[in-house]
Design a protein around this ligand. Structure first.
Ligand code: NAP
Length: 250
């Protein structure tokens, strides 16, 4: 079995997840790059990693579906033979709405992907990493959002609440597995320049918000990825149950 550590990053085909995958490969991880629909984008991330002498493969799984998650973890084990790190990055958002305009399908999908999906992926990782189950330990980083603290009224309170649950989960689980060799931390990005804003019909949101942001600019995916790489690394060996804001101050 290779000595090189293995990272699974969900939603690794674009945006913040793709930056995490690239930086992790540069740091020496073998990387499983999860995606749900954009096969070409995931393949491009893998090609880029391989061009830099890294090792990666793309794996399709809908993080809102337990059967896909189980198959994904089985494939990662088959391909790489171990799992050292998980970044729960896959996430969805919805169009600007008030709660009284939202239907049940939207609310259920939001929670299924952002919250339950994060919990199920983490469960699978704990089953493999925990010393309680014969594992060698590991590290988990959950990507939350500043929306969890701001609440996002008249924008997407459902998304904000789905991430608030991730924050509470991060803190509680960190304590649950702290003596089992697993560290669990979170990152709350602020407004970051990715396609997620176009996915909810407001592609110019990062630019439009500039004057309201303390640093007068939105963040870049690599600025979030560098924080994640720190939390994954041994430099953060005594850090667990922490959630780091990467938001330019707000
Ligand atoms: P993005 O550019 O829209 O990329 C989303 C990624 O997640 C893509 O790789 C996408 O795969 C994948 N994905 C979406 N739904 C999935 C599902 N059901 N199963 C598996 N993969 C799925 O998003 P981003 O801006 O990089 O956001 C990444 C994370 O950061 C999310 O959790 C988001 O909530 C959080 N965040 C983002 C911001 C921001 O301003 N960008 C701020 C705060 C928090 P495909 O390519 O196959 O579609």
């Amino acid at each position: 079995m290779s000595e090189r550590k293995v990272l699974l990053v969900t939603g690794g085909s674009r945006g913040i997840g793709a930056s995490i995958a690239r930086l992790a490969a540069k740091a020496g991880y073998r990387v499983a790059v999860n995606f749900v629909s954009d096969t070409e984008a995931a393949a491009a991330v893998v090609r880029e990693i391989e061009a830099g002498d890294g090792e990666a493969f793309a794996i399709r799984a809908d993080i809102g579906e337990e059967k896909d998650i189980l198959a994904m973890f089985a494939t990662v084990e088959e391909r790489f033979g171990r799992l050292d790190a998980l970044v729960n990055n896959a996430g969805v958002v919805g169009r600007r709405s008030r709660l009284d305009e939202m239907d049940a399908a939207r609310l259920q999908r939001m929670v299924a992907v952002n919250t339950v999906g994060t919990m199920l992926c983490t469960r699978e990782a704990v089953r493999r990493m925990s010393t309680r189950h014969g594992g060698k330990g590991g590290v988990i980083v959950n990507i939350s959002s500043m929306a969890a603290q701001l609440g996002s009224p008249s924008l997407y309170v459902d998304y904000a609440a789905s991430k608030g649950a991730v924050d509470t989960f991060t803190y509680g689980l960190a304590l649950e597995v702290a003596a089992e060799g697993i560290r669990v931390n979170g990152v709350r990005p602020g407004i970051i320049e990715t396609d997620i804003h176009a996915s909810r019909g407001e592609p110019d949101w990062p630019r439009d918000m500039t004057s309201l942001l303390p640093m007068q600019r939105a963040g870049q995916p690599d600025e979030v990825a560098r924080a994640v790489l720190y939390l994954l690394s041994d430099d953060a060996s005594y850090v667990t149950g922490s959630i780091l804001n990467v938001s330019g101050g707000r």
